[in-house]
Design a protein. Structure first.
Ligand code: PMP
Length: 429
């Protein structure tokens, strides 16, 4: 494959955009090489500026659950654009999508729309702090909740400890209020709660982690978290930016039958337009401005194009619940096919999968938390990534990312992917 035009565009971009990209992972830093510039996408395929075609396993990092340029979404956006692109005033479509989302997701009465997953999580934490009157939060090492200051925290001296900023610009003052626990380790959470009695406002978690590869919650982990929160007057926030409207109509809450107090959304909920949302029972949501004292706002929140896209997307998912089963079946087929190819070629691996989220780790040990995810062989991953790319298969350019399966993928596409995997696996030693 030739990436001449992409490389030229990347050089130009670097002159005027930091690192040439508007979000770091796009720069291919983890795998090396220049990123691919997209010309267009349709269904399961990406077309780049050099005329190459790829089967897409990223799907804009999740939103494209029904494939790129999905006709009902494109139609809804085009029609909405004819009537104006933003008003900063209420519109009927906002109520329609809110009512639909509330009907699909368990344990919520009201939903507030924002412009990104970052905003959703940041606002959810503010609401939890406002409601409980407490300052500290618990997050899990390896979970990502966007780039707001409170989440850009890494473990300090011990694995479970006070956080320290992991980006310049995040103050020590902010870092002291974020406590880090270990994913799938309830004792690490209990320890923090015991050390900080009556100080913790909320626990925020990806109920299925998607930002250290795909990591399922171990049995009873989410239920145990629920119990700890109930016992200690702590709110449980499920960050369902990836899992919401993807694992089931009602997301991970439905799949695992565990209720959270506040749930955040992004990705699928906007049909590919910049949308995030957070939702909860009225008891919590009534704390929000203008009804209550917790401030939260946005000039473009509830934007008519974004709401039209999201409404078209959610309507389709709501009317075809069999889609979730079909997606899970496709993902299981891919899982089996890839595992077989890697086994036949003696490539050490672990594959994690929940519903339509899947990740391949070049690691022998089960991948259950950040530490075990980090043990994967990154050199093997790099070779695998570039090999697959040459075969026209676009997977995430980092070993810490999840692949997102779209309904637009055919079994023929999956077979092509599995065959490519076999070819590359034979070279991975
Ligand atoms: N939460 C999770 C679980 C995410 O995966 C992401 C983005 N990958 C975010 C929050 C942040 O969303 P955004 O990039 O839209 O700000």
């Amino acid at each position: 494959m030739i990436y001449k035009r992409s490389s030229e565009l990347f050089n130009e971009a670097q002159q005027v955009i930091p690192g040439g990209v508007n979000s770091p992972v796009r720069a291919f830093k983890a795998v090396g090489g220049d990123p691919i510039f997209v010309e267009k996408a349709k269904g399961a395929y990406l077309y780049d500026v050099d005329g190459n075609t790829f089967i897409d396993y990223i799907n804009s990092w999740g939103p494209m659950i029904l494939g790129h340029a999905h006709n009902p979404v494109v139609k809804a956006v085009s029609e909405a654009a004819e009537n104006g692109t933003s008003f900063g005033m209420p519109t009927e479509i906002e109520t329609k999508i809110a009512a639909l989302a509330v009907s699909m997701v368990p344990n919520i009465d009201k939903i507030r729309f924002v412009n990104s997953g970052t905003e959703a999580c940041m606002s959810a934490v503010r609401l939890a702090r406002g409601y409980t009157g407490k300052d500290k939060i618990i997050k899990f090492a390896g979970c990502y909740h966007g780039h707001s200051d409170s989440f850009l925290i890494q473990a300090g001296s011990g694995a479970v400890t006070f956080g320290t900023p992991n980006s310049p610009g995040v103050t020590k003052g902010t870092a002291k209020d974020t406590l880090l626990a270990t994913y799938n380790d309830i004792d690490s959470v209990r320890k923090l709660i015991a050390e900080h009695t009556n100080e913790i406002a909320c626990i925020i978690i990806e109920p299925v982690a998607g930002n250290m590869g795909c990591i399922p919650p171990s049995e009873s982990f989410l239920q145990d978290l629920r119990q700890e929160c109930d016992k200690n007057n702590i709110l449980l926030i499920f960050d369902e930016v990836m899992t919401g409207f993807r694992l089931a109509k009602g997301g991970a809450q439905e799949l695992y039958d565990v209720a959270c107090d506040i749930v955040t959304f992004g990705k699928v909920i906007g049909g590919g337009l910049p949308v995030g949302a957070f939702a909860a029972r009225d008891e919590f949501m009534k704390m929000l401005a203008p009804e209550g004292p917790v401030y939260q706002a946005g000039t473009l929140s509830g934007n008519p194009l974004a709401m039209a896209a999201g409404y078209a997307m959610l309507s389709e998912l709501n009317s075809k619940p069999e889609l979730f089963t079909s997606l899970a079946e496709k993902t299981a087929y891919l899982h089996e096919g890839i595992a077989k190819q890697l086994e036949q070629n003696n490539v050490v691996h672990t594959i994690n999968r929940v519903g339509s989220m899947i990740s391949v780790h070049f690691s022998e040990t089960p991948v259950t938390n950040f530490e075990t995810a980090a043990q994967g062989n990154n050199e093997t991953f790099k070779a695998f990534f570039h090999g697959m790319l040459k075969e026209g298969i676009y997977i995430a350019p980092s070993a810490f990312e999840t692949w997102f399966i779209t309904e637009a993928l055919s079994y023929k596409d999956l077979d092509r992917t599995i065959a490519a995997c076999g070819k590359i696996a034979a070279t991975l030693h």
